[in-house]
Write a protein that binds this ligand. Structure first.
Ligand code: URA
Ligand code: SF4
Length: 189
């Protein structure tokens, strides 16, 4: 298996799909690769493309505050995206772009070995949890895949567009906090 640094080097030079033509920076990920929890977004936006860091724009500020609500920050989680280069005009990443890029996320996941994966929004949830994921119905529900607990939250950009959904997101965040606490204090056998 590749090391983290080898994987990052290959990814930063990637030209496997058309998004390479319009990107400024490949956005590999941010945070602590030794974390038990991995957050997965959709793809870089403008600020992320310019900085090379995921979730640094308006939605990213909201994500930081959501993490803060449950005592987390970027030193305690890892954050990556389904596609690592910005889709032009922030359109949804196309299926072939997602397919081209997902091996990087899978390799990151294999190295991080998270116990909890949180998908941010519908695109990530459909790719990672189930193709027929319905975000308005299924956010906050736990799914188990090979011993990994998975959940999706509304995407922070969706929460900015419709702040009423923030009240629905709080219990989801608290469920994540509870799950993390279970990891720290395993139930007695
Ligand atoms: N939206 C995403 O899904 N990912 C980012 O990195 C930024 C905004
Ligand atoms: Fe490579 Fe992914 Fe960027 Fe496409 S989006 S060029 S697959 S890193």
């Amino acid at each position: 298996m590749q090391t983290w640094d080898e994987l990052k080097e290959v990814c930063l030079a990637c030209r496997k799909c058309r998004l390479a033509e319009t990107r400024t920076n490949v956005v590999f990920g941010d945070g602590n690769p030794a974390s038990p929890i991995l957050f997965i977004g959709e793809g870089p936006g403008e600020q992320e493309d310019l900085s090379g860091i995921p979730f640094v724009g308006r939605a990213g500020k909201l994500l930081d505050s959501m993490l803060g609500t449950i005592g987390l920050d970027r030193g305690k989680v890892y954050i990556a995206n389904i596609v690592k280069c910005r889709p032009p005009q922030n359109r949804d990443p196309l299926p072939d772009e997602q397919e081209a890029c997902i091996p990087y996320l899978r390799a990151q996941t294999a190295l991080i070995r998270p116990k909890i994966i949180v998908c941010l929004g519908r695109i990530a949830a459909m790719k990672i949890i189930s193709p027929d994921f319905h975000i308005s119905q299924d956010h906050g529900k736990w799914f188990d895949r090979k011993g990994v607990r998975m959940m999706a939250l509304y995407h922070p950009a969706a929460l900015l567009r419709d702040p009423r959904r923030k009240t629905e997101t709080l219990p989801d965040l608290l469920a994540i906090e509870e799950e993390l606490q279970k990891l720290e204090t395993p139930a007695e056998a």
